[in-house]
Design a protein around this ligand. Sequence first.
Ligand code: 1CP
Length: 348
Amino acid sequence: MHSAVHKPMLATVLGQRQATPPMWIMRQAGRYLPEYRQTRTQAKDFLELCYTPELAVEVTMQPLRRFDLDAAILFSDILVVPDALGQTVRFQVGEGPVLEALDEKGIDALEPSRAMGHLAPVLDTVRRLRAALPPEKTLIGFCGAPWTVATYMLGGRGSPDQWVARKFALEHPAAFDKLMDILVTTSIDYLAAQLEAGADVVQLFESWALNLDDTSFARNVMEPNRRIVEGLRQRIPNAPIIGFPRGAAGNLRRYAESTGVNVLGVDFATPLEFVRSSLPPDIAVQGNLDPLRLVVGGEAMESQARAILSAFSDRPHIFNLGHGIVPETPIAHVERLVDLVKSWEARA
Ligand code: 1CP
């Protein structure tokens, strides 16, 4: 964290605008890369891939060998935390994650005291990555934000409307608060350990910050994220933090102001003009190309990439997609996008 080498991505996180914005790609290690699919066959399942440092380091490094990206993101998943707390988590091929959904008794049976021991291999991966990465590359650690992780823990799988978790939070407020407390505390320990192991910055993935009224947004999203930022900075002063509240829409500004994150990740449905006019000018923004434009390529991709670059050229900006890259993405389109961003130079 205190190296003298210039890391364009870390500098931007800390509020220094760069003429050419640094870039990385959410989910940059993954199934669109043949070498990822190859390495994946060496683990018996997806969780084993996450918990085997040699393999996790290899897949983390793969996208950086192909593309001139400014950051590597630890290869892991947001659902290693429920797994570490003792909940049953499985990744079915082609189906995504499946968990044994928690009820009130299940929440009482979680074992926070075993979580950090269980996550030790992930921290070993972080240490190895720091040693393997060139010093100018930023290493990003992460976890799921509590509400997003809770939607999987309570619902048992991903869902378009988070119905099960939203209903549980309203019907069983005490049990829900207990679950959020466990996730806040575990996330602080986990992110602090990642920063201590060599991560330069951490990202909170709040992928389901949508479908919530004012009151629930404050309780489920803002307050737990704020507590993590505060708790982490008590342990590690000035810890650099990216918040990505996907779908927060009109709540983006309150999220930024109440949590105190350094960088606001914006999804692709957020209007560029809204970001320009509604967010504090000193906060860095990260985003926000529609991953589908990267699948299609050509003018559909290039015109919007340029619109994003110019809309955010007067503030600290980290170029990224507005959600994760998808398996259908042609590698040649990623190469073209990286060239386009790297050859961009904003007029000061
Ligand atoms: O088959 C496979 O190989 C598994 C596919 C896969 C991968 C490559 C999953 C299952 N997770 C990951 C890695 C991953 N997940 C990373 C590290 C890789 C990188 O960024 O380069 C990260 C940061 C995540 C984060 C993650 N996992 C989120 C938050 C980001 C987002 O996309 O919203 C979420 C919601 C998950 C859960 C999850 N894990 C995997 C899948 C398919 C899903 C989504 C399930 C759903 O649709 O609800």
